[in-house]
Design a protein around this ligand. Structure first.
Ligand SMILES: [Zn+2]
Length: 198
């Protein structure tokens, strides 16, 4: 029986709010707690454009559908581990094994050229680089800095490296500004209500 996928198909540029490879990668499924989260890795071409826009490759060997499946599996494993870390729970062994397997493969390798350097990679190499980044974060002192964005519905995880650990949003340009604008509107509404009442 055909069932419509709950995932909306969107073709647009990817977002990199955190500046951490693996955390931005888990953000390719946006608004995770919505009924219809927004899936960005909808096709091999979309996966390739993520690798390209992330800056880890100059050129990726065209991905196939199996690469998209592997990417989504890796992403969900990383997300599960991040969630466990945020909840103070032990890491799930299956998710750890999946991330470790991906990291064990060769990663992307820059090559020196006369014009500078160049990085050509396969999807598996690019995913290995993402997995290694996740291991660095989840297995090191930075794990203590993990937070989830405070904007309701965003669900993006990030590392709070701000002084005093006071960062509230995955990115100020998006979520921070939206929340500030909402707070401003609420304040104005309140003020006009007080003025009307007075
Ligand atoms: Zn956010």
């Amino acid at each position: 029986m055909f069932r419509a996928s709950p995932v909306r198909m969107v073709t647009m540029d990817h977002a990199f709010p955190c500046g951490n490879l693996s955390l931005d990668f888990i953000g390719t499924l946006r608004a995770r707690r919505d009924e219809s989260p927004t899936e960005m890795l909808t096709s091999p071409a979309q996966l390739d454009s993520w690798f390209d826009e992330s800056g880890i490759v100059d050129q990726v060997t065209a991905s196939r559908q199996t690469d998209v499946r592997a990417a989504v599996e890796l992403r969900e494993a990383i997300y599960g581990l991040v969630t466990e870390r945020l909840a103070g729970k032990a890491y799930d062994r299956t998710a750890m094994a999946l991330v470790n397997d991906a990291a064990r493969k060769p990663s992307v390798v820059p090559q020196l050229t006369r014009d500078g350097r160049r990085t050509d990679a396969t999807a598996a190499q690019a995913l290995s680089t993402v997995a290694r980044d996740a291991i660095n974060i989840l297995g090191g002192p930075e794990a203590a800095l993990l937070k989830e964005c405070s904007r309701p519905g965003c669900t993006q995880a990030y590392l709070d490296t701000s002084r005093g650990g006071r960062r509230e949003w995955c990115a100020m340009e998006t979520c921070g500004n939206k929340m500030k604008a909402a707070a401003y509107r609420a304040r104005k509404r309140n003020e006009s209500r007080v003025a009307t009442a007075g």
